[in-house]
Design a protein around this ligand. Sequence first.
Ligand code: UVW
Length: 325
Amino acid sequence: MASIDFNKIPRFKDLPIKKGAPPESSWGVFGDDDEFGCLNFLTAEGVVEAARLVKKGRVFRLDTPINYAKPPLFNRSAARHTILSFEEFGLLGHDDSIDNYNTQEGSQWDGLAHVGHVRHRAFYNGVKDDQVKDGPSGKLGIHKWANRVVGRGVLIDVRKYTQEQGRSIDPFSSATYPLKDLQAALAAQKTKLKPGSILLVRTGWLGAYLTASDAQKKAMAPLEALKSCGIESTSELVGWLWDNRVAAIGTDCPAVEQWPWDFKDERSLHYRALSMLGLPLGEQFVLDELATDCASDKSYEFMVVSVPMNLEGGIASPPNAVAIK
Ligand code: UVW
């Protein structure tokens, strides 16, 4: 990780800085060949500061177990886990084999090659489809993040905040949490964003999913049937994330924004965040236990260590993440 002069990063209102780049894009800010986008906000100094937040030695796993969703959402396939025996060698022991594994079957970071802009037909920083599909040497591969997603985590428990206001939303509807609720929840928690935060937002979706019946889970899994809450997708929302130098945003709902989102609508958050700003999106993160702990010690900041898969040229990854307090 390199150092960064945060004062030299343009404000959202001044984007784009590169001639010909799409409006509200950060293309060129970190160099024309940059593949990290907002992860550039995570610095070596930020890692050291984040480590100072570790006070009581509690560790919270942020990933769902593989195959937690039965069946996986969005028509994604389930992994097949087989335990292979060493018996034929006269040895007592085993290996694993995981077949048919989709890196987005559960908790996941969407890498920057996951979704390109619908009209500009380009990924972050103008990367084209053929540059992504170059295999291990392709651009925007997830393996490049393998040692990059470490820093100060901040939880916004907007689910708890809105429940306490007596206006909770149905996680199984396409309702959205507006920016003003995220900001108000943050203020109520007495937490501040600092440059280089990994922002986690608890919407309540995953907790609701886990208590649903098998039949409900089966019914909601297909792309066409799923309805899920999310956070709003507006210029104001992404401008606030950018101007606060948020490095990545993870939520406990399936798509960060509501589902369904409209693939044809360039105002959708997947385009605004992944393609325009290079801002990683995290989905189906496990946040409830962390949220309970944050509420009990009134501290909503912690160290996040996320080590995406070292899959050369990969598109996405389970976060393999822990929050440490
Ligand atoms: C879609 O939004 C379709 O995919 P995901 O959010 O899992 O990246």
